[in-house]
Write a protein that binds this ligand. Structure first.
Ligand SMILES: Nc1nc2c(ncn2[C@@H]2O[C@H](COP(=O)(O)OP(=O)(O)O)[C@@H](O)[C@H]2O)c(=O)[nH]1
Ligand SMILES: [Mg+2]
Ligand SMILES: [Zn+2]
Length: 304
């Protein structure tokens, strides 16, 4: 029987198949060509299962259409698959409690763009914004809309923007990610009366939610709409990418970069005749996006 993994704790996996849920273990050695992650079976995986009295088993993982990968910053070489086979990736951004940095946003966007997964930014907790933060969020919205990213503003607490988000999720499988405490579970609970995820206040010291989600889990909003809640993410490391790949995953650099004097060899650092750097000077590429690019190329992210 074919099914889809909707929850995975490492030792067992919950599979939705033909309208029913089965708790499954992995039987035997499943070959996952090219896949080197610590979690071989992930939420979103299409699998084949065998139903038996008392012990159901996953016997095969079907090829993945895409995957959302993140590099562990502490353990180099370890990448973590947040979800597979998704139609869009949604990042919950907060300007405070906790603050989502632009570097974090851009690493998320690049990781999705690597698999051409459409991206959505949800600016949550707008009820907390003062005039300054309101201006700041408007500027960020304009910046990201200009490069083709869909942006939604919400207050999960007040229910603002939730309908718009719901419309945008309809008919798709979406990954919901962000820092712990950004409001993922609160938003999910607003999306469907059948979802009842624990939510938590943020403790000042660690800025970690007290009721943190530990495992990714897929929820059904209706027969065609699924949302995946994920554990909060502290740091977003990029998986191995060359500088050329990185600039290819910045939509505003993708076409322009071949017009550099050194063409695809240009890293846009200090080479002469660089079209990317002149576009930054002209204001056509935003300085903050370019800074993110530079930090990805020079930074501690694992690179090829
Ligand atoms: N003021 C405000 N607080 C929010 C909003 N959304 C979530 N919170 C609060 O932020 C904390 C963390 O929310 P939670 O949904 O657990 O975040 P998660 O870790 O991303 O799942 C909780 O105390 C929520 O009540 C919002 O839009 N406005
Ligand atoms: Mg949560
Ligand atoms: Zn260049």
């Amino acid at each position: 029987m074919k099914g889809i993994v909707i929850k995975s704790t490492g030792s067992w996996h919950r599979v939705l198949a033909e309208g029913r849920k089965y708790e499954c273990r992995i039987r035997g050695k499943i070959r996952l060509d090219e896949i080197k992650e610590t979690n071989p079976v992930t939420v979103g995986d299409q699998v084949e299962i065998e139903i038996a009295e008392g012990s159901h088993a996953i016997i095969k993982i079907l090829p993945r259409r895409n995957q959302m990968l993140r590099q562990s910053v502490k353990k180099t070489g370890h990448s973590n698959v947040l979800a597979t086979n998704i139609d869009q990736a949604v990042l919950i951004v907060t300007l405070q409690q906790p603050r989502t940095s632009l570097g974090f946003i851009d690493r998320f966007l690049v990781s999705a763009e690597a698999y051409r997964i459409p991206q959505v930014l949800v600016f949550n907790k707008i009820d907390l914004f003062d005039a300054h933060e309101m201006n700041q969020s408007e500027a960020l919205k304009a910046l990201y809309k200009k490069i083709g990213i869909h942006v939604i503003t919400t207050s999960a607490i007040k229910g603002e923007g939730v309908e718009e988000l719901k419309d945008h999720l309809a008919g798709k499988i979406s990954l919901l990610t962000g820092h712990s405490g950004s409001g993922k579970s609160t938003l999910l609970n607003k999306l469907s009366p059948s979802i009842n995820q624990a939510t938590g206040a943020i403790s000042g010291f660690s800025e970690k939610g007290t009721h943190t989600t530990t495992f990714s889990e897929m929820f059904e909003l209706n027969a065609k709409t699924f949302v995946i809640d994920t554990p909060g993410i502290k740091e977003w490391g990029l998986v191995e990418m060359t500088p050329q790949e990185i600039s290819d995953y910045f939509p505003e650099m993708r076409d322009l970069r071949l017009q550099c004097k050194y063409g695809s060899k240009c890293l846009h650092l200090n080479e002469p005749g660089c079209r990317i750097r002149s576009a930054v000077e002209d204001g056509n590429i935003s300085q903050s996006r370019f800074n993110s690019y530079i930090s990805m190329v020079e930074g501690k992210d694992n690179r090829k």
